[in-house]
Design a protein around this ligand. Sequence first.
Ligand code: ZN
Length: 391
Amino acid sequence: MQSEKCKVSRADTVRSDAHRLPHFALCIFQFALCTLLLAPTAARADDFTIRLDNGETTTLTARFAGEGRKATALEMPDGGWKLIPSERIHQRKAGPDPKPLTHEELLAQINDEFSATRTITNIDKPFVIVLVRARPGALDPTVEKRYQLVVKKAGTFFKGMQTSFLEFVKQARIETQAVKYPLAALIFESDRHFDAYTARVTEDQGGLSSPNIAAFYDLQTNRLVIRLSECTTFDTPLHEAVHQQVYNRGILQRFAPVPSWFNEGMATGFEGDGERVRSGPKSISDRYGRMALRARVVTWQEIVARDEPFQGDVLAAEAYGHAWGLHWLLVTKYRAEYNNLVKHYAAKKPLEMDRPDERVAEFEKIVGKTVNELQREFQMELPRAMARRKN
Ligand SMILES: [Zn+2]
């Protein structure tokens, strides 16, 4: 899906008050191009001369991150990506990669965007946490203290999440890189402002309206965007923060055609209790396990072939349950095959395309079993594993 707007890809989440469904994360990955009204930046990197919508040209300094689907992905010094229609790029002059912003510089950039008089902030490296208040100006001291605690708790929670994530990837022998850019997390005090910001950056994607989104990871800006009301359980922010880690540690490349089941399977594998992460992808998730066993419409074959089951609110619960189940089965019973799958997905390039039949064929070749065989195995194995755990 493409438009002239700067909407690229989202990971969105249905709010926990969506009572028709159990609370689950609903993430959307879509592709569109940037509106070409870009301000030049000062960092040193390749210089791209770009024709704007109004016919004038501008020069953008950025790292070339990939090309395909008639677009070029440019990585900016704040870690965000811009997708520019390739035919708009007139000239590329080589230079060194952009110097990543420091945590303080990224914070200053966010303060400029929302006004420093509205923000309460905490740098807990690599995270830059910014609570955006509903209104600027002086705060009641009690409220201010409470909000200071929120940004502090968010920092502690995300750092703990990062530790759990790194332990998991180390055990799974997944290659990772150090985080290159500071990782921003925006927390909106006001639901109305969250909705407005979300509507602006997601614009009618997948039929999911802003009031139904609790938090998301934005592949384009590289930010976590969270409602303040989510900062009690951190349930949804945890899920989205896993996506942010995956893309910032070189495990997957943004806008690469990696199947949603893999992304969502890994993110659903981490569960917390509001204070810290309590379990990782090798543990049994009662929530997603039940969703997987109850599923009657969506099959593993479908989620391996296509991402669509994750994108509607009717089938998404089944798709997320299956994604957790498939990921769990692989990390617990097929470690070598899982490792090869991760390498295979890691090699996929930004903006590449793939086909449903290729997805299934490459998966079955790497794992050495058919998707249907694995699903049958899971349906036998999970109830047994649940029973073993109780004894
Ligand atoms: Zn997700």
